[in-house]
Design a protein. Sequence first.
Length: 126
Amino acid sequence: MQCIPMVVQSYRDLIAWQKAMDLVAAVYCCTQAFPKAETYGLVSQLRRAAVSVPSNIAEGYARESTGEFRQFLGHARGSLVEIETQILIAQRLGYVDSTRSVQLLERTAEIGKVLSGLLRALPSRR
């Protein structure tokens, strides 16, 4: 059986972008239960960081050079660790239970691995 490589025609074809979009939905769902007092605090921070991941992947893909794409993938990874930190804060404050926290952290770790693989697959910067 031959393995036919997938042709990426759009940022939407990237597994990293697809998984990041799923993470956005999960973060929005999770933060709906946060206290109203956090609407402009932790809820806003978490949602903006989550939206930033697929947005940076898409924007980087649209750039003219591989170096710029790498830079935006780096921004996406930065937003992932921001999400991880904020989830841990939310857990400490009792806004999210440990089961949900673990699920979200597993998603961020998986996306981080996919982003690392994507970065390794890109040609080196010249």
